[in-house]
Design a protein around this ligand. Structure first.
Ligand code: PLP
Length: 414
């Protein structure tokens, strides 16, 4: 392993200063190395400042805080959306900040899964994240559809770990008359595979199929161009790579082309009404001509404050610089792991080269034991049955020496 390389890269790291602004978990007698941003991002020191600002406004201004103060609550989300638009590659109008991810997937399914007698099938992954499956199954039940007749599952080929784009495309083509919706992740939570969102979207549209993505593991982790790619809808969470705090607020992206289509079934609330007429409390809703039409309730400002603080870190540093370091960090991790003598016999990387920061290590034996030993030594990673340890160096708060130390400790443990 190249320690010199790690030292040199840290020394010359243009965004290395950023990690000093995050709180790394502390243990009494062990130095902690946090490599688990795929699950929950670390807390930035500005979070407290932003939340305290709104607590002060609430204390001082009470209800007037909606209209006065440094950031009036009535349109607090606009600044958040402006920053999110750079990470999603979309217009501000295509974004709404609301709820949590599973809830948003339900709301998007209500609008975008509109089966008829011929077109009623849903294509998704066999190994989809549990919550996504539960969401989809709920919608099948509410429409009296069976899983077997409705869901088309795609999965990696035998003896392969990730899905081939060509297999997804071929499955769409084979079933093109019957598929109503394709619902896939941007990045697969278990393997870390980045899907070819552009190609899949193009294929869906050629076949008049609606396509949506769960971007939980993609946002803030890889470059996205949702508008350019023409993706129909997406949702994400903000507590992983966006570091907005446990259970942090989620958001939706709905392509512009749907904003003037009022034929959609949509669960509505007063906050989806245009701001100009919202407080007239009319009998019928006058929906926003934007993704805001999907918003139901007034937003939780304290959550937005923490979201804004963490997005501002991306904004100040610039996403391209973060991505550039992220690629080098994960490449260093991958190459260092592959250089170990135990590579191949004891474990292998199942993450393909299309990926974000996460690498998933599959242990042929003793995965859980090795994971526990890593944790004892202060390396916080996570474990997913059966036998996968997910390791994620995050460019905002991890260094090349973090990666070096992780790999040398793993080698010792093995
Ligand atoms: C891929 C994916 N989808 C959905 C969820 C569920 O998110 P939430 O609990 O915010 O609804 C998660 C949570 O980690 C996830 O990783």
């Amino acid at each position: 392993m190249k320690k010199d390389y790690a030292l040199k890269m840290d020394h010359n790291d243009p965004i290395g200063f950023a990690k000093n602004h995050f709180f790394v978990p502390q243990r009494k007698d062990t130095k902690v190395t946090y490599l688990c941003g795929n699950s929950l991002g670390l807390q930035h020191k500005d979070i407290k400042v932003y939340i305290e600002e709104e607590l002060k406004s609430w204390k001082k201004n009470a209800v007037d805080g909606h209209f006065i103060g440094n950031r009036p609550w009535i349109d607090y989300q606009e600044e958040v959306k402006s920053m999110l638009s750079k990470l999603l590659g979309s217009s501000q109008k295509e974004i709404a900040v609301m709820n949590s991810l599973s809830v948003n997937l339900h709301l998007l399914m209500i609008s975008f899964y509109r089966p008829d007698k011929v077109r009623f099938k849903i294509l998704m992954e066999k190994n989809a994240f549990s919550s996504d499956r539960y969401v989809v199954i709920s919608h099948l039940k509410s429409r009296n559809l069976s899983y077997e007749d409705t869901i088309i599952e795609v999965s990696p080929r035998d003896n392969e770990d990730s899905l081939r784009t060509e297999d997804i495309i071929n499955t769409i083509e084979k079933n093109n008359d019957n598929i109503s919706l394709v619902l896939l992740p941007g990045i697969q939570y278990y393997t870390g595979q980045l899907f070819d969102i552009e190609k899949i979207t193009e294929e869906c549209h050629r076949n008049k199929i609606i396509v949506g993505f769960d971007l939980a593991h993609a946002i803030g982790n890889v470059e996205l161009n949702l508008s350019k790619w023409g993706v129909d809808f997406a949702s994400w969470c903000s507590y992983k790579y966006l570091n907005s705090g446990p259970g942090g607020i989620s958001g939706i992206y709905v392509n512009n082309k749907f904003h003037r289509d009022f034929s959609f079934p949509r669960y509505q609330g007063w906050w989806g009404n245009k701001i100009e007429t919202r407080f007239q409390m009319n009998k019928n809703i006058d929906p926003s001509i934007s993704s805001e039409a999907w918003v139901m309730s007034n937003p939780p400002i304290l959550m937005l404050a923490s979201h804004l603080a963490s997005l501002n870190v991306f904004n100040k540093i610039g996403f391209p610089k973060i991505l550039e370091k992220g690629k080098l960090l994960t490449q260093y991790l991958g190459e260092s792991l592959e250089s170990l003598s135990s590579y191949g016999s004891i474990f292998k990387i199942i993450t393909p080269s299309n990926r974000g920061s996460q690498l998933s290590l599959f242990f042929h034996i003793n995965g859980k034991k090795i994971f526990n030993k890593l944790m004892d030594r202060g390396f916080i990673v996570d474990y997913r049955e059966p036998n996968v340890v997910r390791v994620t160096p995050v460019p905002l708060y991890n260094s090349f020496m973090d990666v070096y130390n992780f790999v040398t400790n793993l080698e010792e443990i093995i």
